[in-house]
Design a protein. Structure first.
Length: 194
């Protein structure tokens, strides 16, 4: 009887050890499965905001300097969306000599801010939407700017033209430059508010 008890205890102990070993193996497999299921987060490249896009393009160095001088970096880096009709360096070069340098001084900050915000429209308007709006409004579509004035948009030989408050015109030379908080359309001439 004593042998039977010892044998029973051994069988139970062996069963217990075996089941613990199986349990450990199962737990180890589950842990391994869990570890293999955990993946490193994928970081999708994000499009920079309007200021970031402009800063990364050599055609907009004067514009970026002006945005910084006017204290508009934070505004144009905001959520938006914005449509920016962005004058290229060549557009700024068309201004009378000394104008850009004068506008970049602290004393001209208010005037510079007015000019720059005259190039910004609230909302995201890609070229197709702009052209559609022009065509739907008998060839001329007036948009309010962030500055408070308005710009007339029209078409000339299939290109979007802007007419400012003083009657000056500018042509969109590059359309639909994507930004995370809107879109940029490059201009060949600076437009001016009243």
């Amino acid at each position: 009887m004593k042998t039977l008890k010892v044998l029973s205890i051994c069988v139970i102990a062996a069963f217990f050890v075996a089941s613990c070993g199986e349990k450990k193996k199962e737990m180890k497999e589950e842990a391994t499965e869990e570890v293999t299921e955990v993946k490193a987060p994928t970081v999708e490249p994000t499009t920079p905001n309007i200021v970031g896009v402009a800063a990364g393009n050599d055609s907009f160095t004067t514009l970026v300097a002006a945005v910084k001088a006017a204290g508009l970096v934070e505004t144009l880096s905001g959520e938006g969306p914005f449509t920016v009709f962005a004058p290229t360096n060549e557009a700024f070069d068309k201004l009378p000599e000394g104008t850009v340098e004068s506008l970049l001084t602290p004393e001209s900050k208010e005037a510079l801010t007015g000019i720059l915000t005259y190039h910004v429209v609230s909302g995201k308007f890609e070229a197709a939407a702009v052209i559609e709006a022009i065509n739907a409004n008998d060839g001329k579509f007036t948009v309010p700017t962030v500055q408070g004035g308005s710009i007339d948009l029209s078409l000339n030989d299939g290109k979007v033209m802007l007419t400012d408050a003083k009657g000056g015109t500018s042509t969109v030379v590059i359309a639909d430059v994507a930004a995370s908080n809107g879109v940029i359309h490059a201009l060949d001439t600076v437009v001016m508010p009243e």
